[in-house]
Design a protein around this ligand. Structure first.
Ligand code: ADP
Ligand code: ADP
Length: 232
């Protein structure tokens, strides 16, 4: 992929399909993601949202098609070599590690100097308003606080893109609305490009700048939230 990219396209999904035996989970999806946007993939269960997201993260390899990040073909790169991070629905925090150790984990693995790790962890804690909880363990936190830590951990490496798999899935309904606004606020503050996956129309409307409706492995429509639901 040496062709010049349109200036503000960060990620190009080019004719990507994924087949599991008889199931065509993702069917020839082409989609451009723009720098700094929060894009929501919205669709029912089994529509292919997670499979598409997992291919962007590198956990699944496309059966065909290409994934281009800032002009570089990353289709065959393993997850840890991609400047793309994923926040899981279950948060996947390490239960025996403190909040600060959870956030530092990936940075340590990357071999960042200690002082820089400390700075980065402090910055992330401030970003998600969790500075006073640095020494707590995940089980000593509320659901919303755990989500803030997971977000901090997934942003600590300064990924070019953040993928969020059903970001509010582990929260009860009341907390969900509150956290949607808070998470968007944090993401916009950082300016990171995001793709989130949800089956919740309201969540997509609240959090995203742009929505793609997914059905049977296809993206059947994309548009701004206000354009998607205008009844003709
Ligand atoms: P969604 O995230 O929208 O619920 P998925 O991407 O999880 O949809 O699934 C899309 C389709 O692919 C479904 O029919 C699902 O059963 C199938 N599928 C997903 N992952 C696998 C897998 N690892 N093996 C076989 N089939 C799978
Ligand atoms: P669920 O949506 O059912 O709560 P998760 O979002 O935690 O599940 O995980 C979705 C998929 O990603 C699962 O197949 C799981 O094995 C995988 N997974 C979860 N955490 C990680 C991780 N840190 N690295 C790689 N794969 C993971």
């Amino acid at each position: 992929g040496n062709a010049p990219e349109k200036k503000d396209v960060i990620l190009r999904i080019d004719n990507v399909s994924k087949r599991f035996d008889a199931t065509l989970a993702v069917d020839s999806v082409s989609l451009d993601i723009y720098k700094g946007e929060i894009f929501a993939l919205l669709g029912g269960s089994g529509s292919g949202k997670s499979t598409l997201l997992r291919m962007l993260a590198g956990f699944e390899k496309p059966t065909s098609g290409r994934i281009i990040l800032e002009g570089q073909d990353i289709t065959s790169l393993p997850p840890y070599e991609r400047p793309i991070n994923m926040m899981f629905q279950s948060y996947a925090l390490f239960p025996h590690m403190s909040v600060e150790k959870n956030i530092a984990f990936g940075l340590k693995q990357d071999g960042l100097p200690r002082a820089e790790i400390a700075d980065r962890v402090a910055e992330m804690l401030r970003l998600v308003h969790m500075s006073q909880y640095a020494r707590r363990k995940p089980h000593q936190l509320s659901g919303g606080q755990r989500q803030r830590v997971a977000l901090a951990r997934s942003l600590a490496k300064r990924p070019k893109m953040l993928l969020l798999d059903e970001p509010m899935g582990a929260l009860d309904k009341k907390l969900r609305t509150e956290m949607q606004l808070e998470v968007v606020d944090i993401l916009e503050n950082v300016g990171v490009t995001c793709m989130l996956v949800t089956h919740d129309q309201e969540e997509a409307m609240t959090m995203a700048n742009r929505i793609g409706i997914m059905d049977s492995g296809w993206i059947v429509q994309t548009g701004a939230p206000k354009d998607i639901y205008e009844t003709p």
